[in-house]
Design a protein around this ligand. Structure first.
Ligand code: FMN
Length: 180
């Protein structure tokens, strides 16, 4: 597929099949995604793959940290993401310099888009999620995220049950002026 058609056919996948995804394959794709542009080669990222027994253990340990009265509600929220066969957490090292941190967030976003496009190329599905709980200490603790790191997002990964048509975008023709 050309880069253009890969970009235009990628959609967020709402429903995944139960087909297992080999974590080695995910690592191989991440190993390509890291060729994203990043200022001064800071490469401000790392990744945690949740799948199989590890994913179940994470859910159990996370819910154990939540008040019993709120557990059902949290379970629903967490399972919305953890229902995918594999979930990849994208972790960024915090940068004490504001302008550098903004650059690092942009570099991570470029890397995540690379990853989504590589999955699309493999006919795999993805859904980029940023639920509020990823910022909580409980979530970060259970996932093993250090105090100087941020969870930038979770990407659900698997094989799509159905191929969905992309949502049309406003044309760049309407958004662009040529400066004269
Ligand atoms: C940084 C970022 C965070 C997102 N977080 C969420 C989220 O928390 N929940 C959600 O349903 N979709 C989330 N999305 C996915 C968008 O809703 C989705 O990409 C958008 O509706 C366009 O649909 P498409 O991906 O099928 O083209 C996020 C996308 C980005 C780029």
């Amino acid at each position: 597929m050309s880069v253009a058609s890969t970009i235009k056919s990628r959609v967020s996948t709402a429903k995944f099949t139960s087909q297992w995804v080999n974590p080695e394959k995910i690592i191989d794709l991440l190993d390509v995604a890291v060729y994203a542009p990043n200022h001064k080669m800071r490469q401000p990222w790392r990744f945690v793959i949740l799948e199989g027994a590890g994913k179940d253990k994470f859910v159990t340990n996370y819910l154990a940290q939540v008040k019993e009265s709120e557990r059902e509600e949290h379970k629903k929220l967490v399972m919305k993401v953890m229902m995918a066969p594999t979930v990849v957490a994208f972790i960024m090292k915090k940068n004490p310099v504001y302008a550098d941190e903004i650059e690092d967030i942009q570099a991570c976003a470029a890397l995540i888009q690379n990853f989504l496009l590589l999955l699309e190329d493999e006919k795999m599905g993805s859904f980029w999620k940023t639920p509020k709980y990823i910022e909580t200490e409980k979530f970060k603790d259970v996932l093993g995220i250090r105090y100087d790191e941020l969870v930038l997002g979770l990407v659900m990964v698997g094989y799509p049950q159905v191929k969905v048509e992309p949502k049309l975008r406003e044309s760049a023709k309407l958004l662009t002026t040529i400066y004269e």
